[in-house]
Every structure is written in C-alpha cells, then in structure tokens.
Design a protein. Structure first.
Length: 288
C-alpha cells in the first residue's frame, strides 16, 4: 500500500474527528451504518460484495445528520441506504444530468424524455416513498440549474459512476465543467466529494477513455477536479478489480451487472461474469 492509499484508509475517520466529531460519535456512526445495511432487502445485499457500501461511505466520511448531494441517484440503490443512515437531522438531495444531455444518448424513447422534464419533482416524490418518519429530508435539482438556496449547504457530494457521461458530452455543452462548478458552489467550506468511477488504464487511448465506453483515466479525473478548485485528499482500493483489464474494443457494460453483449462478445459471457464488476477508482476530494 502506498502512502496515499495508507492515508486514504484513515481519511474518513480523520475528517469526522477533524471536524469536531468525537471518536465515540464516529464509532456510533459506524454502528448505525452497519445496522442500516443489515436491514436492507436481499437484492440490495447481493451487491455489497461489488459495491462495498460500508467501506465506501466510511472512507468518504459520511455520517448521520449530514446534508449529502447524490449525483445520478437512479433507482435509489445508495439513496435508500443514505435516507435511513443520515437520519432525521440529515438531508439527501438528488442531482441529475441537465435535461439537454438525455437526447444525446440516442436510445431513450419519447416517453422517457418527457418524464425527465419533471424529474426534480418526481424524484423527491419517489424518494419520499422510500423513507420512514425518522429518515432524511429530500430535495433535487439538475446540474446547470442549481437553486441559489442549495448553494453552500452540502457537507458532501457523491458521484458514484456518474462522471463518464458528463465527460463524454463535455464538448457538446461543457457538461463536466458545469457540474464541477455546481459541486464546488454546493459545498460548505471544506466540504468533500466522494468519487467512484470505472477506471481506464492509464496507457489507454484518450479517445477511447473519453467516457463513451464508461471508463475514465484516474489522472484525467484528478486533473479536472484540481482545476475546478478541489484537492485530492485520499484514495482507496476498496472498489479496485485488477481482473478488469479493458482493451480498445471493450466497454464497461460488457461486465456484470449489465452484461450487455453483442454477437461479437456473447461467446465470452462466462469470462465476463468471472471478471466481475468493473475496476473502479475511489477518490476523496476536498473543496479548497
């Protein structure tokens, strides 16, 4: 383990204690997270071996009572955990891509695109169905249109497998640049950003690793965050998978859980299942 990984392994707890959270409270937060994870349904627990939510949220320093902005929450896999874990004193805000990005994917139908127009109201309504009385409050906005009232309110922003499409469409609307600026503005002074992202080999062709295949180079991610006013304070190997060694014709969705295969790679299905989910960087940044 190199020095940065060693520092990163202790980073979450150090952030909590450094912010004035007593060690006993940090231990209580860990026990609460364990209880929340143990209460999840079996289909959620089935992903723990690939997603490592306890280790990942612990590394990011997430604890009850925080205000957390979660990018691209989707069907709520992490959201349902966070709502319970953050508790009644916390808040969870979902953040989606700008609406203008979605037609660029070229595979969403008109009904889906129409539904996206009301996402900032429909997602909180859905999240309210997931929460109990003592769970966190909810909210939502789109990158590029964050309400002024949500600026400077977040203790942490989570970007779990959410960066590649922002990078992919950067040259068509500055979507990554805008998202990073919103994140910086959203955070309280000293607030943190937790990133989990499919990792491209550093020697891969830049055009292949532009996000369109799901992968980004770690050096690219770090450089973009540093340029946007963040400092890298730690990295973790918790979501690393050295068996995932993508080549120039590979895309991340060939792997579980998606297993989106075509005629050329269907014969390799067993190989892809054996690889498991993607190799993922896990990085912690702090707002400068």
């Amino acid at each position: 383990m190199n020095l940065r990984n060693l520092l990163g392994a202790c980073c979450g707890a150090a952030l909590l204690i450094g912010a004035g959270v007593p060690a006993a409270a940090a231990e209580d937060a860990g026990a609460r997270l364990e209880a929340v994870l143990a209460a999840q349904p079996d289909e959620v627990k089935a992903r723990y071996g690939a997603r490592h939510p306890r280790e990942t949220l612990g590394f990011f320093g997430i604890e009850p009572g925080m205000t957390v902005y979660e990018a691209l929450p989707g069907g709520g896999w992490y959201s349902k955990i966070l709502l319970d874990y953050l508790g009644a004193d916390g808040k969870l805000v979902g953040v989606d891509y700008a609406y203008a990005m979605y037609p660029m994917f070229n595979f969403y139908d008109e009904a889906y695109l129409e539904a996206k127009k009301t996402w900032t109201t429909s997602w909180p309504e859905q999240a309210l169905e997931w929460r109990d009385q003592d769970d966190a409050a909810v909210g939502a906005f789109l990158f590029g249109s964050m309400p002024d009232a949500m600026a400077g309110q977040a203790d942490a922003v989570l970007l779990v497998r959410a960066l590649h499409n922002l990078a992919r469409f950067e040259d068509k609307g500055g979507y990554l640049t805008t998202a990073l600026a919103d994140i910086h503005r959203a955070l309280k002074p000293g607030g943190v950003v937790g990133v989990v992202q499919h990792r491209a080999p550093e020697d891969a062709d830049d055009a292949w690793a532009d996000g369109s295949n799901g992968y980004l180079k770690q050096s690219f991610v770090v450089a973009r965050f540093e340029a946007a006013g963040f400092e890298l304070v730690g990295e973790s190997a918790v979501n690393r998978n050295p068996a995932d060694q993508p080549g120039p014709t590979d895309y991340v969705w060939r792997l579980p859980p998606a297993l989106h295969l075509n005629a050329d790679n269907e014969a390799k299905r067993a190989d892809y299942v054996a690889i498991g989910e993607s190799d993922r960087m896990t990085l912690l940044f702090r707002k400068r």
